[in-house]
Design a protein around this ligand. Sequence first.
Ligand SMILES: Cc1cc2nc3c(=O)[nH]c(=O)nc-3n(C[C@H](O)[C@H](O)[C@H](O)COP(=O)(O)OP(=O)(O)OC[C@H]3O[C@@H](n4cnc5c(N)ncnc54)[C@H](O)[C@@H]3O)c2cc1C
Length: 52
Amino acid sequence: MDNGIVTDAHLRTSDPAVFAAGDVANAFHPKLGRHLRVEHWANALHQPRTAA
Ligand SMILES: Cc1cc2nc3c(=O)[nH]c(=O)nc-3n(C[C@H](O)[C@H](O)[C@H](O)COP(=O)(O)OP(=O)(O)OC[C@H]3O[C@@H](n4cnc5c(N)ncnc54)[C@H](O)[C@@H]3O)c2cc1C
């Protein structure tokens, strides 16, 4: 946990069987080179596809 559930760029948490998406996810953003947590409906809609 750090400003949300910390994930890699594939939305994977420190447990390889657990993913986080949407408002709760503080995901690594490869283009920005840092973690980013977003509270927006489009992010919540598209992040699960990335995780899958
Ligand atoms: C007042 C308000 C206005 C907003 N306006 C905008 C806007 O204009 N544009 C925009 O893009 N975004 C807006 N947002 C943000 C947008 O609503 C969120 O980014 C989006 O809903 C996030 O979706 P989510 O699925 O990640 O989380 P949520 O929609 O919060 O869904 C999480 C779900 O998990 C459930 N839950 C929680 N705990 C548990 C548990 N222990 N077990 C099982 N279920 C649980 C909750 O009941 C909820 O249904 C607004 C948010 C608020 C509060």
